[in-house]
Design a protein around this ligand. Structure first.
Ligand SMILES: N[C@@H](CCC(=O)N[C@@H](CS)C(=O)NCC(=O)O)C(=O)O
Length: 194
């Protein structure tokens, strides 16, 4: 299994989740500007969408999209998912993080975005972080057991902090606790972020 990732990108969520799952995998870094892998291959031949993450499964199938990859990991390692109706609560949360928080960061990563666009994005992200902060059961999103949604939220908080956005206290505490987890530390180390 191979995880295609870029340093500190949303693929860090999948990277952490794979470690939380104790899965064996290789990592291949992708240069998102040139769409080239660290081995010099054309990344668009692996994932025609051109973006990370992509997870090449052992049977060769290349799974893309954070929601799909994280759901696949939870399917394989049920302790990282929720049972019964909880499956839909998990999906609901992954979708909220992906479509409402992750996507809202776009102006902050777009070099020619105006200051007004960036400020507007910051306000939108702040409001959505407030919403998800109200959902944290503690210490993790769904209570005492970590799920695949937690690493995704962690990456969003890392971006928020790096962009000096306001982060609710509950989520700062969540972030600090996540950073202590061996799977997080290992992933940060592998990506050269520590
Ligand atoms: N819908 C995708 C979006 C992934 C995404 O936004 N990836 C970013 C990094 S966080 C990327 O690779 N951007 C470079 C590009 O779009 O070319 C998903 O949720 O997996």
């Amino acid at each position: 299994m191979i995880l295609y990732y870029a340093q500190g990108a949303c693929s860090l969520a999948d990277h952490i989740a794979l470690h939380e799952a104790d899965m064996t995998f290789e990592r291949v870094r992708v240069d998102l500007k040139s769409h080239t892998t660290e081995d010099g291959d054309d990344y668009t031949h692996i994932n025609p969408k051109g973006y990370v993450p992509a997870l090449q499964l052992d049977d060769g199938y290349v799974l893309t999209e954070n929601i799909a990859i994280l759901s696949w990991i939870a399917d394989r390692v049920p302790r990282l998912g929720l049972a019964g109706f909880g499956r839909f609560r998990l999906l609901e949360t992954l979708a909220f993080i992906s479509t409402e928080i992750h996507k809202a960061f776009k102006p902050l990563f777009t070099p020619d975005a105006t200051a007004a666009d960036k400020a507007k994005a910051g306000v939108a992200i702040g409001g959505r972080l407030d919403l998800i902060a109200g959902q944290v059961e503690g210490p993790w999103l769904f209570g005492p057991e970590i799920s695949v949604a937690d690493p995704y939220l962690y990456v969003m908080l890392m971006w928020a902090r790096n962009n000096a956005l306001r982060v609710p206290d509950t989520l700062n505490a969540f972030f600090d606790s996540m950073t202590l987890r061996p799977a997080v530390r290992r992933s940060l180390e592998h990506e050269g972020l520590r």
